[in-house]
Write a protein that binds this ligand. Structure first.
Ligand SMILES: Nc1nc2c(c(=O)[nH]1)N[C@H]1C(S)=C(S)[C@@H](COP(=O)(O)OP(=O)(O)OC[C@H]3O[C@@H](n4cnc5c(=O)[nH]c(N)nc54)[C@H](O)[C@@H]3O)O[C@H]1N2
Ligand SMILES: Nc1nc2c(c(=O)[nH]1)N[C@H]1C(S)=C(S)[C@@H](COP(=O)(O)OP(=O)(O)OC[C@H]3O[C@@H](n4cnc5c(=O)[nH]c(N)nc54)[C@H](O)[C@@H]3O)O[C@H]1N2
Ligand code: SF4
Ligand SMILES: [Mo]
Length: 755
């Protein structure tokens, strides 16, 4: 088979991983250095949840270079996307002025800022006055700064009195949040990236770490190469680049990993590999409804998942289950890593629980290298949205709308009268856009996300966004975002390091992005835009008495004080000096917390606590082990649509490619969408590499060129979603997990034929 540019890049990613191991220089860290900078300004990469620290080189007020921050967790490394951020920052292709349509369907035309903000406030005011606060909504992003997400959530929940605040982390991390909260009582991982350097077994499930978290993948590869005996298990229906460094790759039938993990637990118990000293003291067993039960009940439940039975469900050799369970339980320290293959499922929360179960039953938890670590997608999904509570059911620092005590606490902290915060949770993402389509949401503000490209079941979403009575305002940096086609008003933001603010990455680490350059004329920091909007809406001026992001941070730091998310010790001053700090970090002298829930490590666990571990998030101080059965996907293949269809990322592009598409090196590697198909399936269907194929689901069809390879297992086809000319999300369904409300992007039924 020919070696395509993509194959070449896959090869490069792998060799980069190995180069890092052998200490050879990495192509990625040799960033563009054509101009010698006058100063280096500290920040964080704009892209993935790895959250690599960067230094931006500035000369005469212009960004000219970038390199990895040697003092942040990435120790100076960057992947190609991060190393090629400067051309994105300097791209002339920007939204540089507010724009509005004079008539529905007319062109977007530049208008002044005052006029734009007046229009925004007028539309929101009219909606609230006529239809009440539930008729307005905010749809935000895990790519906004923490200050922006915290402020938007505060303005809507306390100022406008609606909980219709949601964001793209609902499409991404909601199931992980649901998993941590149900198993441990609190969100966010207990470990950090340092666990990678201490683990002796990696269980990577539903994560293509190599393409989606490249710098962490290098760290895993380095650990494996440097330490004899380190084992890697990859569980993914696709033979990804990540699986190429695995000792064991389990390519199960999509959606059946619930059976796989229950079966691994059966083997652990059957082989006496469980750790009863740990589970006997620290684990509470729960049935699927949450009722207390016993270890014996759990054993009985697992009988349905004896390896021979599970192997038949998963369509894998039984031996792989035995092998995976033994590697996992017998290794000195096992680290699980997972991402969207687990979360984007109608059983996403259950799948998360089942990963935690494996750690709880084997005692592979809360020790260096032994941890269940959910990889986060976006650079600030953790810090800005999860921690700051910018979802429709959340309030800041682990509080929830449904709890009257939590609402009262926030009302007191925000200085608003009792009863201000509505007790009704707002719309989750899919419901928010459905409400828009029904005319129940009249005015919507969208910030730093591109829903007209990335929501599932897009034809339905496009129809909803075209509702004649609705008003849609979008804060968007780049003119080619599909969402702008549906915008009535566009506001021009300062981008990335054109403003300062905090990003909180996947390991509870908060790092400051300092302002390195001025935004183009006409672009404003979003904090200022939100404050101006609130003032014009007549929100109590005390609520938005902020000059800038630093003022917002000061308040948010104070709000976190005394909670289990405490980062009061992270002053702006300190964040300027240090390359990130990991919470809990209760005071200015505190170094940050490496291991949560552990006496002597986690400042929330009292120093005199009688037990070594304390899961303080749950009332009994124990972690919960849930009996979650295997259940199939919302839409399984059948006679009409006999294949599984999944969607995935490619290393070169960030989501909708509004940024990476501007970098020729990245764009050329993957210029357009394709459909991956297994060689055997292709042969049976008479499809050759490169053939145009019609991919069809119950929702729509698209013509895409075939990539015939061994990546997909038989019966599975896969598409990336970066291409705005081929909106693959028209194919996917919008079924959601009933607990997390995260859509099932990873599985639907499809058919394919040569066009
Ligand atoms: N290059 C790049 N990196 C990114 C991003 C990007 O756009 N581009 N986006 C970031 C964001 S927001 C996110 S959320 C992460 C996502 O990071 P990942 O989740 O690693 O990326 P995906 O490719 O979406 O999906 C991962 C894998 O899930 C597998 N999968 C499919 N079905 C199943 C199943 O039933 N079970 C299991 N266990 N696995 C299944 C797919 O085969 C795929 O290989 O990446 C982040 N990093
Ligand atoms: N089929 C399929 N669909 C998916 C997924 C999948 O796996 N499969 N994954 C889902 C997941 S996990 C995620 S996280 C979402 C991501 O989906 P989105 O968030 O919708 O995708 P992005 O391209 O990241 O959108 C970010 C937008 O912000 C703009 N932008 C960039 N910088 C700035 C800035 O500084 N300010 C402002 N205001 N705007 C800026 C960008 O131009 C872009 O339009 O996609 C989801 N959709
Ligand atoms: S791994 Fe993620 S955060 Fe690090 S440089 Fe690459 S895209 Fe940026
Ligand atoms: Mo994501």
């Amino acid at each position: 088979m020919e070696c395509s540019r993509r194959d070449f890049l896959r090869y490069m990613a792998l060799s980069a991983a190995l180069a890092a191991v052998s200490g050879a220089p990495l192509p990625a860290s040799a960033a563009r250095q054509d101009d010698k900078p006058d100063t280096w300004v500290k920040g964080v990469c704009r892209y993935c949840g790895t959250g690599c620290g960067v230094l931006v080189g500035v000369k005469n007020g212009k960004a000219v270079a970038i390199k990895g921050d040697p003092d942040n967790h990435n120790k100076g490394l960057l992947c190609l996307k991060g190393a090629l951020l400067i051309p994105v920052l300097n791209s002339p292709d920007r939204v540089t002025s507010p724009m509005a349509r004079k008539t529905k369907g007319g062109p977007l035309e530049p208008i002044g800022w005052d006029e734009a903000l007046d229009l925004l406030a007028k539309k929101f005011r009219t909606a609230i006055d006529t239809h009440g606060p539930k008729s307005v909504a905010y749809y935000g992003s895990g790519q906004c700064l923490t200050e922006e997400s915290y402020l938007a959530s505060k303005i809507f929940k306390a100022g406008l009195r609606t909980n219709n605040v949601d964001g793209n982390p609902r499409l991404c991390m909601a199931s992980a949040v649901g998993g941590y909260v149900t198993s441990f009582g609190k969100d966010e991982p207990m470990g950090t990236y340092e666990d990678i350097d201490q683990a002796s077994c990696f269980f990577i499930i539903g994560s293509n770490t190599s393409e989606a978290h490249p710098v962490l993948f290098r760290r895993i590869a380095r650990r494996k190469q440097a330490t004899p005996g380190v084992k890697i298990i990859v569980a993914d229906p696709r033979r990804t680049n990540t699986s190429r460094i695995a000792d064991l790759h389990i390519a199960f039938r999509p959606g059946t990993d619930l059976a796989l993990m229950n079966s691994m637990a059966w083997v652990m118990i059957h082989e006496e590999l469980d750790n009863s000293r740990f589970w006997g003291k620290y684990v509470a067993f729960k049935d699927n409804e949450g009722k207390d039960c016993t270890f014996d009940d759990y054993k009985a439940f697992l009988e349905d998942y004896r390896p021979e039975k599970a192997a038949a469900i998963c369509h894998i050799p039984e031996e792989q289950i035995w092998q995976a369970a033994r590697l996992f339980a017998e290794s000195p320290a096992t680290m699980s890593l997972w991402c969207m293959g687990i979360n984007q499922r109608v059983r996403g929360v259950w799948a998360n629980n089942l990963i935690h179960n494996l750690h709880l039953i084997s005692g592979q938890i809360c020790r260096p290298g032994a941890t269940s670590f959910s990889l986060t997608g976006q650079p600030n999904a953790c810090g800005g949205v999860r921690d700051a509570g910018a979802l429709s059911h959340l309030l800041p620092a682990g509080r929830v709308i449904a709890n009257p005590k939590h609402r009262a606490e926030m009302e007191q902290l925000w200085g608003v009268p009792e009863g201000t915060i509505s007790p009704d949770p707002g719309y989750h993402t899919v419901a928010m856009f459905e409400a828009l389509g029904k005319g129940d949401v009249k005015a919507l503000l969208i910030c730093e996300t591109n829903p007209a490209h990335t929501l599932p079941n897009l034809n339905k979403v496009h129809k909803a966004m075209s509702h004649p009575d609705s008003f849609i305002a979008v804060i968007e940096a780049f003119p080619d975002a599909v969402t702008l086609r549906y915008a009535d008003l566009v506001l021009a933001p300062a981008f990335w390091c054109e403003r300062d603010g905090v990003y909180g990455c996947g390991e509870r680490r908060y790092s400051l992005i300092e302002k390195a350059v001025e935004p183009p004329q006409g672009c404003r920091p979003t904090v200022n835009t939100l404050v101006e909007f609130a003032r014009r809406m007549g929100v109590d001026p005390k609520l938005v008495n902020f000059r800038n992001a630093a003022d917002v941070w000061e308040e948010w730091r104070t709000v976190s004080k005394g909670t289990t998310y405490n980062f009061y010790g992270m002053t702006r001053e300190r964040l300027r000096k240090e390359s990130g700090l990991i919470w809990p970090c209760p005071d200015e002298k505190h170094p940050g917390t490496r291991l949560r829930y552990v006496r002597g490590e986690d400042p929330i666990v009292p120093a005199d606590h009688p037990d070594k571990f304390f899961f303080y998030g749950r009332p009994d101080g124990k972690a919960a082990l849930w009996m979650r059965p295997y259940q199939g996907a919302a839409e399984e293949p059948d006679a009409d649509y006999p294949l599984y269809l999944t969607s995935m990322r490619v290393i070169d592009h960030w989501h909708t490619a509004t940024m990476t598409g501007k970098v020729p090196e990245l764009q050329k590697a993957n210029p357009s969408a394709f459909v991956e198909i297994n060689g055997d399936d292709a042969k049976n269907l008479g499809i050759a590499h490169g053939d145009a194929c019609v991919v069809e689901t119950r929702r729509d069809k698209l013509t895409l060129p075939a990539r015939v390879s061994d990546v997909c297992r038989t019966g599975l086809i896969a598409v990336p979603f970066f291409d705005r000319e081929k909106l693959v999300n028209k194919l996917f369904l919008d079924a959601t997990d009933p607990i997390s409300r995260e859509p099932e992007y990873k599985i639907c039924a499809a058919r394919i034929r040569k066009a």
